[in-house]
Design a protein around this ligand. Structure first.
Ligand code: IMP
Length: 206
């Protein structure tokens, strides 16, 4: 089965390729000749994931899936949510430095807004939209946890240094990639997608 993953992120592509196995031919946006970014301007993770998957499906007529992830914090009405990547930019602060490096402004903003809040409960949530032969299927992965008030650990990316998943005493940034992938939101959503695709393949094989 041939499938496009609507991403420009080689790390994500490798992660899912690993889970999918050899019966699936996974292609990236680059592989199908798509350059640039797909607009992500919707108010929810669901709508963003759908819009990306349909954007590619409608132009290339290939089955395709796309993901969108956000950090949802209870005390901040589920923000940053869809704004996770560029949270600090909403206040005019730079998220990336001149060499493309992260400035840390997103975490600074998060910790500032949570300073006087009692609840530190949060979750990472990934939504995947799969458009298979024109029909949409959605998959969700949630990693519940809490935001601590200072950074810990050097692994991972994004908000990992301040996120402690449930039933752990360490942040995502204090875990190896393998450890994080056993419990992460993205891995949970990817595994649901993979088991759905595997069922489809089995139903279609003679
Ligand atoms: P994306 O939809 O996977 O591009 O994620 C959007 C933003 O959410 C990223 O730029 C990060 O700020 C944040 N994010 C997503 N996944 C993770 C994660 O596993 N750890 C920390 N931050 C994440």
């Amino acid at each position: 089965m041939e499938l496009v993953f609507a991403t420009n992120n080689p790390g994500k592509l490798r992660e899912i390729e690993d889970l999918l196995g050899s019966d699936f031919r996974l292609r990236s946006l680059k592989d199908i000749g798509f350059e640039g970014d797909i607009p992500e301007t919707n108010p929810t993770l669901e709508e963003n994931a759908s819009a990306k998957a349909f954007y590619i499906y409608n132009r290339y007529s290939v089955s395709c899936f796309a993901d969108d992830t956000g950090l949802e914090v209870d005390a901040l009405n589920n923000e940053p949510g869809v704004y996770s990547a560029r949270y600090a930019e909403l206040d005019g602060n730079k998220v990336f430095g001149s060499r493309g490096e992260l400035t840390g402004a997103n975490i600074d903003k998060l910790l500032r807004l949570l300073k006087d809040k009692d609840s530190r409960k949060a979750r990472f949530r990934t939504v995947i939209s799969l458009v298979l032969d024109g029909a949409e299927h959605r998959f969700e992965g949630i990693a519940p946890g809490m935001i601590i008030d200072e950074r810990r650990g050097a692994e991972g990316f994004g908000y990992d240094p301040v996120f402690v998943p449930e039933e752990s005493s360490r942040t995502f940034a204090e875990m190896s990639l393998g450890e994080k992938n056993r419990i992460s939101h993205r891995a949970i959503a990817f595994r649901k997608l993979v088991s759905f695709l595997t069922e489809q393949r089995d139903d279609r094989s003679p």
